[in-house]
Design a protein around this ligand. Structure first.
Ligand SMILES: [Zn+2]
Length: 119
C-alpha cells in the first residue's frame, strides 16, 4: 500500500501553489466535456489534506452542468491545478490535477476512468 506523503503543486506560472497529502492510490481520468479537453489525471483529497499555500487572488472559478464543482484556474496562465466540491456525503474535498504536482509518484496502470460524461 502506497504511503501518503505531502506533495507540492502549482499552476504553470507559479502564482497558485498548494500542498496535498495523498498516497495517489486512486488516480482517475474523466470523460466529461471539460476533463477530456484538459486530459487531466486527477486525485481526490479531503479538504483537511489540502492547503492553498498562495494565489487565492489569482484564481477564478468556473462552474458548469450541475454547478456543484468549482473548477479553479489561474487567471494568468490558465492552468487548472484543482477543483473543489463535496462528496456524496457532503464532505468537502479537493480534486487535484496530478499533473500539477512536483514529481508525483503513482502507478499509471492504476488510473481509472470516471464516466463524467453521463454524470
Ligand atoms: Zn498561473
Amino acid at each position: 500500500m502506497a504511503q501518503a506523503r505531502t506533495y507540492a503543486g502549482s499552476c504553470q506560472c507559479g502564482a497558485v501553489r498548494f500542498t496535498a497529502r495523498t498516497a495517489l492510490e486512486a488516480p482517475f481520468m474523466c470523460n466529461c466535456s471539460r476533463c477530456r479537453r484538459l486530459n487531466a489525471v486527477m486525485a481526490s483529497v479531503p479538504d483537511a489534506d489540502f492547503t492553498l499555500e498562495s494565489g487565492a487572488e489569482a484564481l477564478a472559478t468556473y462552474r458548469f452542468n450541475s454547478h456543484r464543482i468549482a473548477h479553479q484556474f489561474c487567471t494568468t496562465c490558465g492552468i487548472q491545478p484543482f477543483a473543489s466540491g463535496t462528496d456524496a456525503k457532503g464532505n468537502g474535498l479537493h480534486v487535484i490535477n496530478v499533473n500539477c504536482l512536483e514529481d508525483p509518484h503513482y502507478d499509471a496502470d492504476a488510473i481509472t476512468r470516471f464516466n463524467g460524461a453521463d454524470f
